[in-house]
Design a protein around this ligand. Structure first.
Ligand SMILES: [Zn+2]
Length: 326
């Protein structure tokens, strides 16, 4: 990968459940233009393509560029993306994307080559190329947010798997009889270590009548309990909140330990909204990861925070275009 980077910029788009972000990325990795728009509230894939074209067009027009100035369009979206066929098989938050030949539809619409990828996989590629640096050959990237996603760089290559769904780390089983996951299975890492899991676990204990300031913080509305509220309560010394963050940190660490054992990475990069809790979560999570990782008795691993924030899938989409050539 990364033999020769073309001199033309790449148009990139990240399609989410509520918003579409577009950026023009220069070959240096610099984002030279951005635009954002709302995702259409519709099951119609053509409406989604229209919205993507509109937001992408805004990113181009603000720097007086045309579609044909771009090497290609790199597209990131959540869910299962068959990168070889260019089909979005399933996206959890975007109902318009169900077995949608998005690569073909956007290519027809914009008239430039299109590359697609899963958002967490592309974030891994972005963090590798533009965060940690491509000198690292073995990297595991994990994003812990409302769900858990990830991507694997193995021997200097992005692991895609047979149909592009490799690196779905959030759905490895951590507890066979654990809580139900959004995917329908039980005990997935995402069902135990995500922000959603933290909130669910906390609400369950509050419902049992545990004393805590969290109820006050949300005005008695349990639907408002989220990772951020639990974190605020923990900072104010709330024992239940601190315990819940500790339990979540443990599960985050167990999953990271498994990944370290399987891939023997030199670097693990951890990003996503839940990392905003900071040391109270990450300290014990990273310690558990090291304790649980058998291979660290032979070689150590750096566990570090992601550097690129929300830009990582966009930069990864650009790197995907450059890596594959156009
Ligand atoms: Zn699952």
């Amino acid at each position: 990968m990364m033999n020769q980077r073309p001199d033309r910029p790449v148009l990139t788009v990240d399609i989410g459940g509520t918003k579409i972000a577009a950026a023009v990325v220069a070959p240096s990795g610099e984002v030279v233009s951005r635009a954002r728009g709302a995702s259409p509230d519709s099951d119609d894939d053509q409406e989604l393509v229209d919205a993507v074209a509109r937001v992408a067009g805004e990113a181009l027009s603000s720097i007086d560029a045309r579609t044909t100035d771009m090497a290609a369009l790199g597209v990131s979206c959540a869910g299962i993306v068959n990168v070889h066929d260019g089909v979005v098989v399933y996206s959890p938050n975007v109902t318009a994307l169900r077995r949608t030949p998005l690569k073909m539809m956007l290519g027809d619409r914009l008239g430039i080559p299109v590359r697609l990828g899963n958002d967490a996989t592309l974030a891994a590629l972005g963090e590798w190329q533009f965060g940690v640096g491509a000198a690292v050959q073995d990297l595991v990237y994990v994003t812990v947010s409302t769900g858990i996603g990830g991507g694997i760089i193995c021997g200097g290559r992005l692991l895609e798997g047979s149909c592009g769904a490799g690196g779905e780390v959030g759905h490895m089983t951590i507890e066979v009889n654990g809580p139900r996951c959004a995917c329908g299975r039980t005990g997935c890492w995402e069902a135990l270590g995500s922000g959603t899991a933290l909130a669910a676990r906390t609400v369950h204990r509050l419902d049992q009548g545990e004393p805590s300031i969290i109820g006050e913080l949300v005005g008695g509305d349990m639907a408002k309990v989220d990772a951020q509220v639990v974190s605020i309560a923990a900072q104010q010394g709330d024992a239940l909140a601190q315990e819940m963050i500790g339990v979540t940190a443990f599960y985050v660490g167990v999953g990271l330990g498994n990944l370290i054992n399987i891939f023997n990475p030199s670097v693990v990069v951890v990003g996503g909204g839940l990392t905003k809790i900071g040391d109270a979560l990450l300290g014990p999570a990273f310690a558990t990861a090291r304790e649980r990782a058998y291979v660290t008795s032979a070689c150590d691993v750096d566990i570090i925070m992601a550097r690129l924030g929300d830009d990582s899938p966009l930069l990864g989409a650009a790197a995907l275009v450059w890596d594959e050539g156009t």
